[in-house]
Design a protein around this ligand. Sequence first.
Ligand code: 4FV
Length: 222
Amino acid sequence: MKIEVLTLFPEMFEALNVGILKKAQQNKLFELNVTNIRDYSLDKHKKVDDTPFGGGAGMVMTPQPLHDAINAVDKDHKCLRIYLSPKGETLSQNLVKELAKEENIMFVCGNYEGIDQRVIDLDIDKELSIGDYVLTGGEMAAMVTINAVSRYIDGVLGNSESTNEESFSDGLLEYPQYTHPQVFEGLEVPEVLLSGNHQNIAKWRHEEQIKITKERRPDLLK
Ligand code: 4FV
């Protein structure tokens, strides 16, 4: 998978160059290219924002730098072009799995009050939200999405990890996890997990999933 990111703050994406995502890039499991939108501004002062028509607080990103950056980086429109916005479809594990099937994805990160609507109309394929709150910029939303999607790229998770049994993978929240020591601060690991009886362990884990999901996310059970 090739991931293109357009942002005013390329340095923020250094956060993806650590841990398993760094290793995955080194192993060429996916490619991450980050472009500074400001490099495409034709303004003599490299301006990329201006006041909103109709008044209102804050600034809006001007269309020319964005439009030119998008079409220079993705000249043949091979990318699924995603703009991060509270107005978009809310990210979910199912949508993550769908995005993981794409060969090329471009994340366009707005800042300030957002971007000129004409860029969305002309150049964007999908608006995507990571939740019902407002951020100062789309960069962290892009990183959250890239992180979640990358877990579904073959080879990114080691053999010991899997996307099979985790929250939302079967529509339920995940069962509680325990590791060594067997007793910690006087609290013991549930006996069944020490039994070696895999059928009973699986039964206990599913029962825990149902219990936790009923308590915390009954909406998932519908
Ligand atoms: C956001 C979200 C988000 C809105 C204006 C960036 C900001 C600024 N993106 N999920 N929630 N974006 O708040 O994705 O341009």
